[in-house]
Design a protein around this ligand. Structure first.
Ligand SMILES: [Zn+2]
Length: 478
């Protein structure tokens, strides 16, 4: 049973009958988008600040989780990843826990081949489509901040990784040669690297979500994967290896929620913001990742109204990167959550300690992730709005001046929601619920002036992300 908050009613619209096109009958029930599933409310509410703290306390007790460090050290990355594995296994018998192991011949900053082990916990759903949440467990200590000043553009990280650039440095344009710099000092990967916020915060967030989803008793349609990733600081190596395998083996990754540096509410400039989180997504507008980000913000606002998701229409911050980009590179929809106010002085150094993590804030960020993942995993998959050649199934029929939308039926859908906005607007402005049909006509709506999209909705009101009608990207032009 769904609780429906008071919302304005959708204006009654006339069914449109035009020649052979029979348009859907618009439902005039309260807006589906406002329905709240009490089971999801309960799941979101069961996220525990105390457990997040306990998990992080343990994680930072290992001396280092540096990818290049000695995996046989008694207090290093080897025992740390084994603890993550054991803790996930202990959490629930419903979770299928494994090491996702990749041996990489050369990893920047490391000596010799490196065995990377992502730790993954799978909660099987009714279907194979997968929704991931992740944080990277590897950590980095480039030395005290003063010693890092000359490392812009170099450091231990590769392009796109956290370690690639110091945030204070001027961004390097694509293709631009890096500025000359002093030779890099040889760093010892075995020194203390607590990585409490970067990215212990995303790691324990993913581990806590594994618990609440497994214990929820909800049978999800999608398969959920809770992933702690290795090798992020060396150039997204662990996520990249996983993404490549997934692409090669045609594993249907529908969505990936990446969390990296999501525990600090006090910026290095002293500004405090514990009520918002930034969410980055690769463009262009209406790309699968951008659509996923808009969905996560919309659902987050419904289940965690006190916490605002700030959508950022860019892949990531200047000169910084994260694991979601490794998924994007293989064609998967993936988004990156980042705390609103970073403290650069604490990152990639010995001061990234647990006292810099605000667990109330981290728990709110976890709740926003959980709400989006739960709705996405219960809703039908988003409908396909392209023909086999990839062209959008939208035209001006029947009058030549109408918006005629067609889509493929989504398994499990009981109805659909049609969204539209001015072609200059960043987010959806209008929506209507329609019945279980596969086409709809909006008379005298010029398809060149509006962006249209459609989402699938199940009988209980869980809606998918929106599939937008967009022209196929130009080829060859980048
Ligand atoms: Zn990071």
């Amino acid at each position: 049973m769904l609780r429906v908050p008071k919302v304005p009613k959708v204006p009654r619209a006339k069914a449109v009958w035009c020649g052979a096109v029979i348009a859907a009958i618009v439902l005039h029930a309260p807006v589906h988008a406002q329905t709240v599933d009490p089971r999801i409310e309960k799941l979101v509410g069961s996220i525990s600040e105390a457990r997040l703290q306990q998990l992080l306390q343990k994680l930072v007790s290992f001396k280092t989780r540096n990818t290049c460090s000695d995996p046989t050290a008694p207090d290093g990355i080897g025992p740390a990843r084994q603890w993550i594995y054991d803790e996930l296994k202990r959490t629930s018998p419903k979770l299928h826990v494994s090491f996702d192991t990749h041996t990489v011949a050369t990893v920047r900053g490391c000596t010799g081949p490196i065995e990377l082990r992502n730790v993954m916990a799978v909660l099987p759903g009714k279907t194979a489509r997968r929704i991931y949440v992740s944080g990277h467990y590897d950590s980095l200590n480039l030395g005290p901040r003063g010693q890092q000043a000359g490392n812009a553009g170099g450091a231990q990280g590769a392009g796109g990784a956290q370690g690639a650039n110091r945030p204070g440095a001027a961004p390097q344009a694509p293709g631009e040669a890096p500025a000359p710099q002093a030779p890099r000092p040889v760093r010892d990967p075995n020194i203390v690297a607590p990585g409490a916020n970067d990215d212990g915060s995303g790691t324990v967030l993913s581990m806590e979500l594994a618990r609440v989803f497994a214990e929820s008793g909800i049978e999800f349609d999608a398969t959920l994967v809770f992933m702690t990733v290795a090798g992020e600081e060396q150039g997204l190596v662990g996520a990249g290896a996983h993404a490549k395998t997934a692409k090669d083996e045609k594993i249907p990754i529908q969505a990936w929620f990446n969390n990296d540096i999501v525990g600090g509410s006090r910026g290095g400039d002293g500004i405090i913001d514990g009520a918002t989180i930034r969410l980055y997504s690769e463009g262009p507008e209406d790309s699968p990742s951008r659509s996923l980000a808009m969905f996560a913000a919309r659902i987050g606002a419904r289940y965690v109204p006190s916490h605002r998701v700030r959508l950022m229409a860019r892949r990531d911050r200047f000169s910084r990167g994260g694991d979601h980009s490794a998924l994007n590179a293989q064609g998967f929809a993936a988004i990156g959550f980042r705390e609103s106010r970073e403290n650069y002085a604490k990152q990639h150094g010995p001061d990234d300690t647990i006292d810099g993590v605000d667990f109330r804030y981290l728990a709110q960020n976890a709740r926003v992730n959980a709400a989006g993942m739960a709705v996405l995993a219960l809703a039908p998959p988003p409908p396909s709005v392209v023909n086999p050649r990839g062209a959008p199934t939208i035209d001006r029929a029947p009058s030549g001046y109408d918006a005629h939308l067609r889509w493929q039926a989504s398994p499990g859908a009981a109805g659909y929601r049609i969204f539209w906005r001015n072609a200059w607007a960043p987010d959806w402005e209008h929506e209507i619920a329609v019945s279980n049909v596969v086409e709809y006509t909006l008379p005298h709506m010029n398809i060149d002036d509006w962006v249209f999209g459609v989402a699938a909705v199940d009988g209980a009101g869980h809606e998918s992300s929106v599939s937008a009608y967009v022209a196929a990207p130009a080829t060859g032009g980048g």
